[in-house]
Design a protein around this ligand. Sequence first.
Ligand SMILES: Nc1ncnc2c1ncn2[C@@H]1O[C@H](COP(=O)(O)OP(=O)(O)OP(=O)(O)O)[C@@H](O)[C@H]1O
Ligand SMILES: [Mg+2]
Length: 249
Amino acid sequence: MLKIEGLCKNYGKTRALIDVNLNLTPGIYALLGPNGSGKSTLMNILTLGLRADSGQVLWEGMPIEKAGKSYREILGYMPQQQGLYDGFRGVDFLSYIASLKGIPKKQIKEEVHRVADLVNLSDRLKDRLSSYSGGMRQRILLASAIMGDPKLIILDEPTAGLDPKERIRTREIVRSMSQGRIILFATHVVSDIECIADEIILIKKGVIVEKGPQSELCEKMGGLKDLEAVYMHVFAEEQKADDYSHQEV
Ligand SMILES: Nc1ncnc2c1ncn2[C@@H]1O[C@H](COP(=O)(O)OP(=O)(O)OP(=O)(O)O)[C@@H](O)[C@H]1O
Ligand SMILES: [Mg+2]
């Protein structure tokens, strides 16, 4: 279980996370919020790329900084920023990640081909990453995140830039992996997570404003018909303000 207690993070005067508390048990969680709401900041903290100013994250009762290597081994992370090694061929990149994850040498080849097949990149494995399209880069990052047997999978906008077919494929991969795992999926696209998420976590300006199963949220907000309506109900004001400020610029 992943327990997040009282997380706060500021960047200078920007309050990116304000007292975030969550208990995650196996299942699919959608972290839904507009641009700049704190999704990546939270994910960076959960994946040890960033330190919180206060609060703590516990994996099976142990602070994640202390759990160190054993925590990294159960973690699969797909970052939002594509820091790819352009000179690598696909197969080298995945093999490299596999060895970092401690997958035994004898199993690496099989595992690389298994995940490449899942994201539909088997026929591009011999090409260099520099020749991949944006969507292919997304997919090879997803492949690297699901490699091995991660108990905690953190995906930061995994469907950004994907065509509809690959978007659906990604959704199905996530759905198929949910058994016995915690999957946290950040997005601002409602259709990515509608129907597959067990719980929706709505984040607004660094604050978790609502969480629960989709049906519960719809009911709680006065019988809304779907998640899109929930999104608009919670974020419309902010969106209007953003649109206005964009107009001003
Ligand atoms: N390295 C940084 N330095 C300063 N401010 C930052 C930094 N990273 C994020 N922020 C600010 O923190 C807030 C949350 O940003 P974050 O990237 O976590 O949002 P997000 O929900 O992931 O947005 P998006 O949907 O655009 O990816 C924003 O106000 C952003 O401007
Ligand atoms: Mg982000």
